[in-house]
Design a protein around this ligand. Structure first.
Ligand code: C5P
Length: 237
């Protein structure tokens, strides 16, 4: 299972993203996440250009619509040849199956497809009072992950604190992609449920998404290398 550190391109323009990435030496190409802000500002060309520059890409567009629309949208995204893309598990297993079908290219290959279970910005209280989901947030996340697995998806985005429970429910090969990572003793920013890179590895995260601890660091390259070292180090025996 390839583990890696993913840096979100939380910038409003292509120029800012490329300026940031120019801090890295030519031979070091971090795995990047392109989200809605950058994709909607710059269009698919930003994905093609990142590919040309040699980056692996997690295209984080969180699709959620009727199955037929998601299937067709995924077919369009498949042509961008990213490594990972995603959708909302709330769209139901029917939508997730349609998405997989759309994402699968004529030669049978496809990007990895993962599901957002419940956004970490949704509190249990709001989930229950506004969405009328009476189960607890952890049970809901686990259940949505199981739906995603049944639909044939490759994994979920979740908090590193939920990674072990998701693995227990869906199997070790089911991927967990986890934001909410902070170095020991550093600022939490607006994240509440956080873990260090080392703890995330121990919890079973396959990919960690690390934004501000790298992007806002005085030396982003050193911060990225520290993160990769702590996350990818082999477990002590
Ligand atoms: O700066 P920070 O490390 O908190 O950035 C985390 C990244 O992961 C951001 O791009 C954020 O939008 C994303 N993310 C998250 N929590 C989720 C899903 C995505 O923090 N549940």
């Amino acid at each position: 299972m390839p583990k890696d550190v993913i840096i979100p391109m939380d910038f409003s323009s292509a120029r800012e993203s490329y300026d940031f990435l120019s801090l890295f030496p030519a031979g070091e190409k971090p795995f990047v996440k392109i989200g809605m802000e950058l994709f909607y500002s710059e269009g698919p060309e930003i994905v093609r250009e990142m590919k040309r520059r040699g980056h692996k890409i997690f295209l984080d567009l969180k699709l959620h619509d009727i199955p037929n629309t998601v299937k067709k949208a995924m077919a369009a995204l498949a042509r961008l040849e990213v490594e990972i893309t995603n959708l909302h598990a709330a769209g139901t297993t029917e939508m997730m199956r349609a998405a997989l079908e759309g994402l699968t290219r004529p030669d049978g290959t496809r990007p990895l497809l993962i599901a957002v279970t419940q956004l970490t910005s949704t509190s249990e209280a709001r989930m229950q009072s506004e969405l009328l989901i009476s189960a607890g947030v952890e049970e809901t996340v686990r259940h949505y992950a199981q739906n995603a697995r049944r639909a044939g998806l490759d994994g979920v985005v979740c908090s590193p604190l939920e990674a072990a429970a998701v693995k227990a429910a869906c199997g070790v090969a089911f991927l967990t992609v986890t934001p909410g990572i902070r170095f020991a003793g550093s600022a939490k920013d607006d994240q509440c449920r956080i873990m260090t890179p080392e703890k995330a590895r121990e919890a079973g995260s396959d990919y960690i998404v690390v934004g501000r601890p790298i992007i806002a660091a005085d030396d982003p390259l050193a911060a990225y290398r520290r993160c990769a070292k702590e996350f990818l180090a082999s477990p002590s025996v």
